[in-house]
Design a protein around this ligand. Structure first.
Ligand code: PLP
Length: 371
């Protein structure tokens, strides 16, 4: 059997044509015209006023936190089951990450746990849509409204997804996306910040560009970063965005086919096909081993690896990160559902270029390995 990588992107649209345009015109830096085009088209697609392209999805979160002036002593509520980028952005500015557990079927943050964590120091709720289904946003928006909190929406895994027919990425005071090659659309590396607030958009643009000042370029009132995206990346992004609907349909097909082939393996918890507010877009196809399986995700991934099938573990909880524990954060915190997901969950090949034949092979090997 040929190796089946955990992810392989599809780049067979206008990517090459637009890249050639960059090279032919000499516009390869962040000053090139594809940047504005990508920003405007992506923002329009998500129904936001402003888009600010950046070098990846992690720094998009750093910029969001800085733009909102969240800092020392402030608290931000977020799911423990997420990528390090979310908590790192909070910790780096001296703010305190306050985590909530997730729900066992959608793997998203349990929004019922948020209100009890709100204190006078809370500045924002950071929502992170996980693996293909959005967070239940209505209760989050109601709490943000009630307590006057910002919403930071990490929509890195949600290109083309909706919550009650509104685009994911349209809910945050600031929302962020990633265009890493395993996302629904990719620019190699890349990210986007979205907002409807002109002032915040301006701050993000400035923070992305070292806080150079328009009138006196090399005199700085504030510290920024070089988080700029290149025209080459934006060119790929414009080509990818043209195919977003097709890509979402493709991912849904992959997810539905896996579910059809795996649903009669009682030892596996599969992704929820839908909730009352969204239909899964299967950013990745995650699997959780139930208690009957006498080994954990690490062992299952090792066994699949012997057949050259690529896998990735689920996120490891923020409150269990050695780096944060050493800082004295999260003492006494326990989130049993997320802790279990982290140990018993992993995802199988789910990239855009995956064929139906490969899906069949993965399902067959998985069945052998589990049973
Ligand atoms: C991928 C991802 C990121 C980080 O994006 P990068 O572009 O890899 O830095 C952030 N948040 C979530 C939820 C992600 O899935």
């Amino acid at each position: 059997m040929k190796p089946i990588p955990v992810n392989e992107p599809l780049l067979d649209g206008n990517e090459k044509k637009y890249l050639n345009k960059c090279i032919d015109t000499g516009w390869i830096s962040s000053e090139g015209p594809f940047i504005r085009q990508f920003e405007e088209q992506f923002a329009a697609r998500v129904g936001r006023k402003y888009g600010i392209a950046v070098s990846n999805g992690s720094v998009a979160i750093d910029a969001a936190i800085a733009a909102l002036k969240i800092g020392k002593g402030d608290e931000v509520i977020l799911p423990t089951f997420t990528i390090i980028s979310c908590a790192a952005a909070i910790v780096r500015v001296g703010a305190v990450p306050v985590v909530v557990d997730c729900i066992s079927d959608t793997w998203n943050m349990d929004v019922r746990q948020i209100e009890a964590k709100i204190t006078p120091r809370t500045k924002a709720i950071m929502v992170v849509h996980i693996y293909g289904l959005p967070v239940n946003m209505d209760p989050v928006l109601a709490l943000a409204d009630k307590y006057g909190l910002y919403v930071i929406e990490d929509a890195a895994e949600m290109h083309g997804q909706t919550y009650r027919d509104r685009p994911c990425g349209s809910f945050g005071t600031i929302s962020t996306f990633s265009f890493y090659p395993n996302k629904h659309i990719t620019t190699g590396e890349g990210g986007m910040i979205l907002t409807d607030d002109e002032h915040l958009a301006e701050r993000c643009r400035s923070l992305r560009n070292l806080c150079f000042q328009p009138h006196q370029r090399f005199v700085h009132e504030e510290l920024g970063w070089n988080f700029r995206m290149t025209n080459l990346q934006a060119a790929i992004g414009v080509a990818q965005l043209e195919r977003l609907d097709e890509f979402v349909a493709r991912k849904r097909h992959i997810g539905q086919l896996y579910t059809k082939l795996l649903s009669n393996i009682p030892q596996l918890q599969l992704p929820l096909p839908k909730t009352d507010y969204a239909t899964n877009i299967y950013w990745v196809y995650g699997i959780v081993l139930n208690d009957e399986v006498p080994f954990d995700a690490k062992e299952a991934m090792h066994r699949l690896g012997q057949y050259k099938i690529g896998t990735r573990p689920f996120f490891w909880c923020m409150h269990e990160q050695p780096v944060f524990r050493r800082m004295g954060l999260f003492e006494g915190v326990s989130c049993p559902i997320a802790e279990k997901l982290a140990r018993r969950g992993f995802y199988i090949p789910s990239g855009m270029a995956l064929t139906d034949e490969q899906i069949g092979q993965v399902a067959q090997v998985l069945r052998e390995v589990i049973q």
